[in-house]
Ligand binder design. Sequence first.
Ligand code: PLP
Length: 389
Amino acid sequence: MTRESRLMNTFQDPGFVAVRAEGAYLIDDRGRRLLDFVQGWAVNALGHSPAVVRDALAAQAARLVQSGAAIPNEPSRALAAELTRRADLERAFFACTGAEANEGAVKLARKWGKLHRAGAHVVVTATGSFHGRTLAMMAASGKPGFAEMYAPRIEGFRHVPYGDLAALEAAIDESVVAVMLEPVLGEAGVRVLPEGFLREVRRLTEARGVLLICDEVQSGCGRTGRFFAFEHEGIRPDVLTLGKGLGGGLPLSAVLCREEVSCFEPGEQGGTFTNHPLLSAVGLAVVDAVGRPEFLARVREAGARLEAGLRAIAAEVGGEVRARGLLQAIDLPGVAARDFAARAIEAGLIVNPIPPSTIRLMPRLDSTDAEIDEALRILREVLAEVRRV
Ligand SMILES: *Cc1c(COP(=O)(O)O)cnc(C)c1O
């Protein structure tokens, strides 16, 4: 295996190469089996190369890989029907990445604003939020320095502190067309909105006549223990975006919306890989597996086991744990997250470091108790090691 790389320098080299993977484990070029509690950033909902994904891929690949975006196909219609039914929304559009789905949601909101809100186009988002890496989504994201990185920044986004209702209320004026929120901030280290907050936002946006867009690219598709994260609050957004786990490892994302909001005309939105049959067939199989009540109950149970273990660790070091289903983070005060994650790999566990000292965990949704216990054991071991030095 060559260690030289002609890939652009966009990631810190972890010092190993992924060769193959199965379930909870990733096998590297030295033959190490690493327990993977990142799973491609919450992408492999059912772990690495699950039979559900392999079978759906093989069956659909033999029938129809791509029809072309302008020629309808059965799998994307079936997935649209299934997701809109589950979300109690009416229309769907499929793309490949979360950023693209969010761009689609913002375009939809701007079009809707032109038609129904006198050209209002500003979208209010939260500080600390992450909505993707296109130029517009970097401007939408509330990540420090992100909007200016490739100046000039794209206009039309206004940020308010995450979870601050008064600030949100003050930010909504005539120019605003939508509020876009992650029900759980993923990239910022798993920050859960206070109980009742999303309900208040729903009430506020309805009263002001602006759209509520929920970005569930990370928190949707069972990750939080409900199929959609907004279900925890018993609300319905006007527009919903999904990605990551939806494709079970393949690049599939979605924009769902209410019928009244579905205002694109032919030619206004699209993409070469839009409504892709092969990706949709895989998405349908993933949704069918993850959406079962007993599966989601098990996600909550596994989540509770992981959370309890993390809380025990946190109690010893004065840290904090934030958890929703199997999206969890632990703050380890005084511990350098990147160094911790590198040592965790040496000990056989892949975790996601969020500097300065947060570790984020996103294991497969069908994690076993044994995998969770093994991860907790390694976390303890690594923590003891870094606190000794
Ligand atoms: C990952 C993520 C995105 C971007 O998805 P990509 O597929 O990387 O474009 C958008 N929103 C949230 C909440 C995410 O976690």
